[in-house]
Design a protein. Structure first.
Length: 203
């Protein structure tokens, strides 16, 4: 655990420094396109059920109400928000969450409180770890927004199929986690981001 935390701190601090021009460019694009704020925070459930504010670049219109999940073609997504969402650049501010200790680079993705409560018992062992910027489910569900958009009832699809599948993948990660596996997940995440999106729904 000490090695994992040290790795998180070194990598997140280095990435924030090295990527600062890119972070500034995304922030400027958001500000020019739809004003401020350029980031938004959302309450998520962290280690041992402690809630924290997770950071992202704002890719949706500010102050517009809507469902808690986002679908492909969601009208709330701004022009400047399309590319950061597709490329996952909108997730980069979470490096600050990693540096603070709210999150890890790799670990079960942090979920909204309402969904954690639906599966609280299954989350107990998962939340002994810090939630991560990426995990196996993030790679498997790279096209989640399109999968949900194709469902007759996207909210039910997420709660009844997608989220249980994500939890199962997180449970498998907890059983088999290692520093070497974390490195593999990071590399697979980078490859997934760099490669074209698959048109197939995850299974």
């Amino acid at each position: 655990m000490l090695l994992k935390r040290l790795f998180d701190v070194v990598v997140s601090a280095s990435a924030l420094l090295l990527l600062s021009p890119l972070l500034a460019a995304v922030a400027l694009a958001v500000a020019i396109d739809s004003g401020r704020p350029v980031c938004f925070t959302q309450e998520r459930v962290g280690r041992r059920f402690r809630r924290f504010r997770m950071w992202k670049f704002r890719t949706m219109s500010a102050g517009v109400a809507g469902p808690p999940i986002t679908l492909a073609g969601d009208p709330r997504i701004t022009r400047a928000g399309r590319f950061p969402r597709a490329s996952k650049l909108d997730e980069l501010p979470q490096l600050w969450n990693v540096l603070r200790g709210d999150m890890s680079l790799v670990g079960p993705r942090p979920e909204l409180p309402r969904y954690v409560e639906m599966f609280r018992e299954r989350y107990v062992p998962l939340l002994e770890l810090r939630p991560g910027m990426t995990d196996t489910a993030s790679i498997r569900y790279r096209d989640e927004e399109r999968v949900l958009a194709a469902a007759a009832d996207p909210l039910a699809e997420y709660a009844e199929r997608v989220l249980p599948n994500k939890i199962a993948l997180a449970e498998e990660y907890v059983r088999t986690r290692s520093f070497t596996r974390d490195l593999g997940i990071l590399l697979r995440t980078l490859r997934a981001i760099a490669s074209p999106r698959s048109s197939r729904a995850p299974r």
